[in-house]
Each structure stands twice: as C-alpha cells, then as structure tokens.
Design a protein around this ligand. Structure first.
Ligand code: V47
Length: 375
C-alpha cells in the first residue's frame, strides 16, 4: 500500500510510517513517539491506514443491554463512583427474579448480548452468579452472555475457594459465553496503588485472562487512561496485552476508557480532552497489531468523539447499551442508551459501512420478523 496523502515534519513518524506500511511491529519507543508527536493528523493517518487494511469501511456495533446485578463492592477503588458499601445509601443488590426482569425490559429491539458486571459483593454466594447466568440462558437462549470481569472472576474464585480455572469452567458451563474487558485499568503497580488499591494486581488480571482464554472463553481488554498514569505506563499496559495476545489469541477487542472523575475520590482531576481521546484510539490501533478490533465506546467518548474516532483507528462503537450505570454515576452526560438507527446514522455519516454484529463479530441479519446470525 502506498503512503499517498501522508505528510509530516515529524521525522520519527516518517520512520514509523515505513514500518506500518511494511506491516512490521512497533516498539515501545515508537509507541512513546506516537504519544508525544504534535502531528495528530499524521498519527491518525497511520492508524486509519491500519484500520482500513484490516476492516475497510466496515464499522461494527451491536444491540446490547447492560445488567449490573449489584453495586455493593468491598474494593472502594478511588477511580469508581459506582461501588457502595453494603449499608451505604444507594446500595442495591438485585434478587435473581429482578435481574431477569431487568434483562427483559428496555427497548423492543431484539438484544443479542447482555453485558453483565457488578461490584465485589462480600456475601453473595457463587451459586447466585451461577443461577443468574443459567437463569438468563434459559429465558433468553439466543442472547450472548458477556459476563464478569477478570477482577470479579478472581474474587468469586476466592470466595468459593475454587481455583480460577475451575471457577471459569463452572461459569462457562452455566452459560457464560465470553468475558468483558473491565478491571484492567493500568497494570503498573505505582498507578494501581493510587486508583484501585484493593483490586487484583496487573499480573493477576493477565493470568486470569490467560486462563479464561485457555478455558475457551474469548474476552475483551480495557485500559483506563486520563488520571495519574503517564505515557510509559500506557505503553507498558499495551505491550503486556500484546504479549498475552501473541500467546493466547483470546482477545477480541481493545477498549480504551477515558477516566470520568465526577463523584469519585479523584474528583479534583480534569477530564480527558478530545485530542487525548482520539490519540489514545490511534496509538491503540497501531501498537495492538494482533487485536482484531478497537472499540470507541460512545458512552464514555460521547457520540461525537466516537464518530470521529472511526477515522482514527476505531472500527467498533459498542452498542445500544441500554441503561449504563458506571459512567453515569461518574458524571457522564451521554444518554444511557441509543437506538440502533441512531448508531447506524452516526456510522454512515462518518462515511463508513455499518455492520450489526453479534458478540463474536458475526454479522446479524434483521428482517421485520426475525433476527439471524450469518455464519
Ligand atoms: O473496569 C469505572 C471503568 C470499567 C470509572 O468489554 C471508569 O465490551 C471512567 O470495562 N471513569 C467497566 N471509567 C466498563 C468496561 C467496559 C465498557 C464497555 C464495553 C466493555 C467490553 C467493557 O469502567 C471499569 C473501569 O475501568 N470505570 N469507573 C470512572 N469513574
């Protein structure tokens, strides 16, 4: 492929461009240069080149619903506005029936995925989670269950006194189809101590992801940026994910998550800027050469920035979501859900081709009366 249209005065980007065009892997120094470059358009050109090489104009989205069974959490992470102590005002835990009713409510559009995450509840038994999953599977057999972050899995294993591998096996048997990417935050200890001191550490997150992939469960991966981390921490995070992906091939999508400080103990920190959001998408696309997809999660980026991200390396917008809580507790002003047609409009208006997908990225075909997955 040619570099037609690529122009920059940044000599480091010129040498990175040669490697990108030759499909060669970028180094830690290259990644740092991408974070530092003043030429955001050239960085974006490179990321867009890779994105189009992998996906052309295709831009994925799905029709999904979030279910957060409890916000009770022992961890008290400084990054979080969602978690509550058990007896604190606003703490809730859904009875199983309530969770099933929540799953069924919302828009009439046929949902293909439930995204299920919650707090680390000190009393709920493992059985609750197994019954939640098997009950949802029985009631909604056609819906993919993307459930429980690595952090939740490690906590459930500890509480049930099972190995992580056995916990994953039982969750899979109950009906979990894949795992979301949350809880990764930033792997570097220095940062983790400040933003999420009581969570599993970075190596444990990676070990749990490895075991999930070995159990036959695909997962996503995230990175929380825009708080107290620096460029080196971000590069370290990306390279660790890339190394694990070389080993397992189990990651589907990388989702950079912009930190929202409102109502958290880190409220004094400023919000991320649009430039950082766009740059983070582009650097992710360029460094994570073995990740099939980069998601611009519209809930956290805003629909407008997420749409621009589709020209800076992202090929996925997430979905209709319906009832997002984690960001909204932290001050997000985006709507809590979006209609399928609105997602399609955003993608088309970015000059891209919308493809409704299921969680495994198989195209979903809708007619007036049915929803089928193309295999
Ligand atoms: O792990 C929590 C983040 C994550 C805040 O896998 C915050 O498809 C910003 O992982 N400001 C949960 N971020 C969300 C998540 C996710 C979202 C969409 C799709 C997928 C997927 C995964 O949200 C947490 C944490 O990193 N988070 N609090 C906050 N105040």
């Amino acid at each position: 492929m040619s570099s037609h249209g690529f122009q920059t005065d940044d000599s480091r980007l010129t040498s990175i461009k040669d490697r990108v065009l030759a499909c060669e892997r970028l180094s830690a120094d290259d990644a740092l240069a991408l974070y530092c470059s003043a030429d955001i358009l050239a960085v974006g050109w490179l990321a867009n080149h890779v994105r189009e090489r992998m996906h052309g104009d295709k831009t994925y989205f799905n029709v999904n619903r979030h279910i957060n069974p409890t916000n009770v959490c022992i961890a008290a992470c400084r990054l979080c506005a969602f978690g509550r102590k058990k007896d604190a005002p606003g703490a809730y835990t859904m009875a199983l029936e309530e969770a099933f009713q929540t799953a069924a409510s919302g828009y009439s559009e046929a949902v293909t995925e439930f995204h299920i995450v919650g707090g680390l509840h000190p009393d709920l038994p493992f059985q609750y989670f197994l019954e939640l999953v098997s009950g949802l599977k029985a009631r909604f057999p056609q819906v993919h269950l993307k459930a429980f972050t690595m952090v939740e899995v490690a906590y459930l294993a500890k509480r049930a006194k099972l190995s992580i591998a056995e916990t994953l096996r039982q969750l899979k048997e109950a009906g979990v189809d894949s795992l979301p990417g949350g809880g990764a935050e930033i792997f570097a200890d220095r940062v983790r101590h400040i933003i999420c001191d009581h969570k599993i550490d970075g190596d444990q997150w990676l070990d749990t992801a490895r075991l999930a992939h070995q159990t036959g469960l695909k997962s996503n991966a995230t990175m929380l940026y825009g708080h107290v981390e620096n460029d080196e921490d971000r590069v370290d995070h990306l390279l660790k994910l890339r190394a694990l992906q070389d080993e397992t091939g189990g990651f589907q999508t990388f989702i950079p998550l912009a930190f929202h400080p409102d109502n958290t103990p880190l409220e004094h920190l400023p919000r991320t800027t649009g430039m950082l959001d766009i740059r983070q998408i582009a650097v992710s696309r360029l460094v994570l050469d073995n990740f099939p997809h980069i998601k611009a999660y519209w809930q956290m980026l805003t629909p407008k920035i997420a749409q621009i991200a589709l020209r800076f390396g992202a090929d996925d917008l997430d979905g209709t979501v319906i009832e997002e809580k984690i960001y909204h507790d932290a001050g997000a002003t985006t709507p809590q859900g979006m209609r399928r047609q609105e997602l399609v409009r955003l993608i088309r208006d970015a000059g891209r081709e919308p493809v409704e997908r299921d969680t495994m990225y198989r195209p979903v075909i809708r007619t007036e009366t049915s929803v089928t997955v193309a295999v």
